[in-house]
Design a protein around this ligand. Structure first.
Ligand code: SAH
Ligand code: SF4
Length: 388
């Protein structure tokens, strides 16, 4: 019988599952803390659960995060994992350490159907939506690995390494709505990761009806990938704009702010040489967000384009990016220029392509999983077997 993956459950579902096993709701809370707060995968280590309950869990359940295919650390400390999500698909997760925080950038889909012109994830096409366990499993596994690197074994004592989460990896989170929202709720739950809504950011290319739905179900900080100052330009860069043009997107942003944990939207703007980086584009952006009947309180985050093979696009030079930023700032808009991190390991925005699995390393990965299982219990993760 297949083991039930406990990472797939939101708090209510875990409580229902525990009830099925004949346990009271507070037991589910304890179990959830062991899994998500303490990062423990071995049921035998869950010392305040009755032995009989642990035995039932061992028979029926497992904690199955996606298996790690590769793990690289950049010269600047950025760390990137490639996770196996089955059937030859892989997704990437990136950890960005900074002085007072550690940000994890996670993926929500294998590939992406939106197909923005400047994005390598879009170029690979859409494979499939990730499950709850595969989304939250990236956070679970990254925290586990970061602690291990510091020599801290899973358990109540470990200090949390990940303080912020951004859904800015592969995929369009609002096109995989239910699993994304369940994963967000776990991130916010005090018996799981306990992150504040301000420390969790969802980035979208602008799926207007789902922005409203997110406001209702789980309003976290919102970043919107704008990339263009008018519909004509945006139609060519973000094809979704043909369905949800700028006026609709701006109206959705304004509505969202009634629910959001922050009083501004972050607009992301990828700087493409000669395409969207002229002074006139910056001035048009100011008009778009300020000089209309309903201005959108916002900050701009300018992202220097990260090139990838065959994109046919070029990064704007630093002088141009600064001049563009200055026009926005002169209009009173807080503007930052994103520092490119981890580009020596292809971990920068838009470079996440979930490269095809390296089958020659299957043995190595299987050995790693076996080591985990010896150390953390046989219900830890799973061994990936790629047909050769
Ligand atoms: N699908 C969502 C979230 C993932 S993309 C979205 O589009 O918002 C995360 C951010 O990286 C987006 O702002 C996206 O536009 C940006 N991005 C994509 N490709 C890029 C590239 N090649 N260089 C710089 N930024 C890129
Ligand atoms: Fe998809 Fe975002 Fe890439 Fe566009 S930028 S193709 S929405 S992942």
């Amino acid at each position: 019988m297949a083991l039930t993956n406990l990472l797939d459950f939101d708090p209510a579902q875990l409580a229902a599952y525990c009830a099925e096993l004949g346990e009271k709701p507070f037991r589910a809370k304890q179990l959830q803390r062991w899994i998500h707060q303490f990062g423990v995968a071995d049921f035998d280590q869950m010392s305040d659960l009755a032995k009989s309950f642990r035995e039932k869990l061992k028979q029926n359940a497992a904690i199955t995060a996606p298996a790690i295919i590769s793990d690289h650390t950049s010269a600047d400390g950025t760390r990137k994992w490639l996770f196996d999500v089955g059937q030859g698909n892989a997704v990437e997760t990136v950890f960005i350490p900074e002085e007072n925080r550690g940000t994890l950038c996670i993926s929500t889909q294998a590939g992406c159907a939106v197909n923005c012109r400047f994005c390598s994830t879009g170029k690979q096409g859409f494979s499939r939506n990730l499950s709850v366990g595969e989304i939250i499993g990236q956070l679970w596994m990254a925290e586990f690995e970061l602690r291990r690197t510091k020599g801290v074994e899973p358990g109540p004592k470990g200090e949390r390494q990940i303080t912020n989460v951004v859904m800015m990896g592969m995929g369009e989170p609002l096109l995989n709505f239910e699993p994304t929202v369940t994963a967000l709720k776990l991130m916010l739950d005090d018996n799981a990761y306990g992150l504040s809504r301000r420390r969790v950011t969802l980035s979208t290319s602008g799926v207007v009806p789902m922005i409203d739905k997110l406001a209702q179900e789980c309003p976290v900080a919102l970043a919107v990938s704008l990339h263009a100052s008018n519909d004509n330009l945006r139609d060519g860069l973000v094809p979704l704009n043909r369905k949800y043009p700028l006026a609709d997107l701006m109206a959705a942003c304004r509505r969202y702010l009634d629910f959001a944990p922050r009083d501004f939207i972050t607009f992301e703007y990828c700087m493409l040489d000669g395409v969207n980086d002229g002074d006139e584009n910056a001035r048009e952006l100011v008009r778009l967000v300020k000089d209309n009947p309903h201005p959108v309180p916002c900050k701009f985050n300018l992202i220097p384009f990260n090139p990838f093979p065959e994109s046919g696009l070029v990064r704007s030079n630093n002088k141009r990016i600064k001049a563009f930023a200055q026009i926005l700032m002169d209009a009173g808009i807080v503007t930052t220029i994103r520092k490119t991190r981890g580009d020596d390991i292809d971990a920068a925005c838009g470079q996440l392509a979930g490269e095809v699995q390296d089958r020659t390393r299957v043995q190595e990965r299987m050995q790693k999983m076996a080591e985990y299982q010896n150390k953390y219990g046989k219900n830890f993760g799973r061994i990936v077997q790629v047909p050769t």
